[in-house]
Design a binder for this molecule. Structure first.
Ligand code: ADP
Length: 614
């Protein structure tokens, strides 16, 4: 049994020899006629034969093999045959990008040497290594290799250039050392993704250069074996360009806000002056008709400026809605009142369909009125004369759907999604219809959202009319009857009134307006003068502008409140600012009422009525 072992082992080795992927052969060295040492094939395995390197005759016939190697390597083989030293080399084959790993050793003595030869095609591995080396050389994309503990084990030239570290300095660093503190959460998130699903969604963060400065990179890590390979693009320039754009955008917003404010200031005295003129002009005279035209145009201008101001406030996040539960009907009535003139002017047929019982919403009355006024005036504007406008409320258990439908020019499908964006206008409409600033619907959307609702548009296309649907959460009716409506102007007796404003025109027109109404009025142009006038004139009501030189309106109010003999004076703050915080400041200073400019004649009467009865 044991005698058989060498034979069995021989058979096993024979099988190994035949079955291995490496091309193996046994060569016999022979001195040729030329005196040179040549080689003939004694034996070759299957892989060797597969390559057809055996020449035309089968192995064992002593033919020279047709090896894919040139003369130079034959020299190496001769050296093996003569010296008995082993050969292990990578040699190029005759085909492009073809490489072999060659091993050779001598068996037998130097007199009749036999050489064992193994060839392994390593072209694919070489190509892979070449590719990796090219990856290391590229500079446009950084490539990082992270070890198991997230220490850097290798980095390419691109990353070296981006980071300013040499390769030696970079290797061994952890991502924590290279990432500024505030971006650690983003990196941890990526690490988690890589560990759980093998790769992370590409993400942007800052990295630290060697000199401590920062650069922006777009990172895309992926797990490969127990390492992580990460590609990174330097996006610093793009980030800076974006920041510059944002800054420009912010300045534009700021400019629009200032512009709207500055435009609004002169409008109040003009409006008031016009009112005075109309009251003192003969009815139905050419002058009266001209004043009416000016008034209409002025109202249009005031609406545009107000919209602009609203947009500026909304973009700055300064709009707050002050909600209370009111019947939706009240809001729609106010919206219809505001737009009736525009609807009538174009002889549109208006139909209104409301639920029989009152339904309620939690609403900032002014703001929600603005929403439906905008939709109704758009319906009137973008519908040819004699069209139809339908306002409908459908009440669900938890929501209210208000639709404003018109038979107008419609909106092509491709424009429908964009109409709610700021400054968007459907260009095809503009030549035929008086346009605005492209603000109205953006305001509508923001305000509806602030009420927890949604707005959407539907149109069958150009010429087929449009339907805007506002969906609002339905509120429960208030427990005790209807809440008080917005105060109506009340007729009042002649009063003694102080008007303080450093804008002479504003003060004068308001004073004229009040005098026309029969009140006795004095004016002051700064806070100090206002306090003086309050002492001497003893007004019942004082309108104080807040932004005045020498002493501002807040301080003037505090001083008036501090004087016992002036305690009865009703104080009305006039200001361009209407935030809750602004209102709180005026309340704290002792004002009875906070009025946002411009003070229109109606608002003036309301203010007077409320202040006088406060
Ligand atoms: P604008 O001040 O231009 O009216 P809006 O934001 O109110 O701005 O509307 C944006 C655009 O949407 C308008 O310019 C108009 O092209 C289109 N649009 C709005 N309402 C209607 C409507 N009822 N019918 C047709 N097009 C409309």
């Amino acid at each position: 049994m044991s005698n058989n072992k060498p034979e069995q082992v021989g058979r096993v080795f024979e099988r190994f020899f035949q079955e291995t992927d490496e091309a193996c052969c046994v060569l016999e060295a022979q001195v040729e006629a030329s005196g040179q040492l040549g080689f003939v094939l004694l034996e070759a395995n299957a892989s060797f034969r597969k390559h057809a390197w055996c020449g035309e005759t089968p192995p064992g016939h002593g033919r020279e093999p047709a090896l894919p190697l040139d003369e130079a390597w034959l020299e190496l083989l001769r050296e093996v045959a003569l010296s008995g030293c082993d050969l292990h080399a990578c040699l190029e084959g005759p085909e492009p990008e073809q490489w072999f790993e060659v091993r050779a050793f001598r068996a037998g003595d130097a007199a009749r040497p036999v050489v064992g030869l193994r060839l392994r095609d390593i072209s694919e591995q070489r190509r892979l290594v070449d590719r990796l080396q090219n990856l290391r050389r590229i500079t446009t994309v950084g490539v990082l290799f992270w070890g198991a503990e997230f220490g850097l084990v290798d980095a390419n030239e691109g990353f070296i250039q981006m980071s300013g570290f040499s390769r030696e300095e970079a290797i061994g660093k952890t991502w924590q050392e290279l990432t500024p503190e505030e971006f650690h959460p983003a990196s941890w998130n990526a690490v988690r993704q890589v560990l759980t699903r093998g790769e992370a969604t590409p993400y942007e963060k800052q990295y630290l250069r060697k000199d401590g400065s920062r650069w922006w990179g777009l990172f895309a890590p992926r797990k490969i074996g127990d390492q992580v390979m990460e590609f990174v693009l330097d996006v610093t320039q793009r980030r800076h360009a974006e920041a510059a754009l944002r800054e420009q955008d912010r300045r534009k917003d700021e400019f629009l806000a200032t512009l709207a404010h500055e435009l609004r200031n002169p409008l109040a005295p003009i409006k008031n002056g016009l009112h005075v003129l109309r009251l003192s002009t003969q009815a139905d005279s050419p002058a009266q008709r001209t004043l009416e035209i000016i008034d209409r145009q002025l109202n249009h201008l005031i609406r545009l400026v107000d919209d602009l101001l609203d947009v500026a406030r909304i973009t700055a996040g300064k709009v707050r809605v002050d909600k209370r539960v009111v019947p939706l009907r009240d809001i729609l009535t106010r919206s219809l009142e505001a737009t009736q003139a525009a609807i009538d002017a174009k002889q549109h047929r208006l139909t209104v369909e409301l639920p029989a019982d009152d339904v309620h919403v939690a609403a900032d009355v002014d703001r929600l009125t603005q929403v439906f006024s905008n939709l109704l005036s758009n319906a009137a504007k973008y519908t040819g004369a004699g069209g139809a406008i339908h306002l409908q409320v459908l009440a669900g258990e938890h929501q209210l759907d208000v639709t404003v439908q018109d038979s107008g020019i419609g909106i092509p499908a491709e424009h429908q999604a964009g109409v709610f964006e700021l400054f968007s206008q459907v260009r095809d409409h503009q030549p035929h219809f008086e346009g605005g600033l492209g603000i109205g619907l953006a305001l509508v959307q923001s305000l509806v959202r602030m009420h927890g609702g949604t707005v959407e548009v539907h149109s069958e296309g150009a010429g087929r009319g449009s339907t805007f649907r506002v969906r609002l959460p339905r509120a429960d009716a208030p427990a005790q009857g209807r809440p008080a409506d917005v105060a109506q102007p009340r007729e009042g007796a002649a009063r003694r009134i102080l008007v303080a404003d450093d804008n002479q025109d504003a003060a004068d027109t308001l004073a004229s307006l009040l005098r026309v109404e029969g009140h006795e009025v004095v004016t002051a142009s700064d806070g100090l003068e206002a306090v003086e006038r309050a002492r001497t004139f003893r007004p019942e009501v004082a309108f104080l502008d807040l932004g005045m030189p020498v002493m501002d309106g807040l301080e003037a109010a505090r001083r008036i409140r501090a004087a016992e003999e002036l305690a009865h004076i009703r104080l009305v703050a006039l200001t361009g600012w209407g935030q809750a915080s602004d209102r709180q400041r005026t309340r704290e200073a002792g004002f009875d009422l906070h009025v946002v400019k411009p003070l229109t004649p109606t608002a003036m009467q309301e203010a007077l009525a409320i202040a006088a009865h406060a």
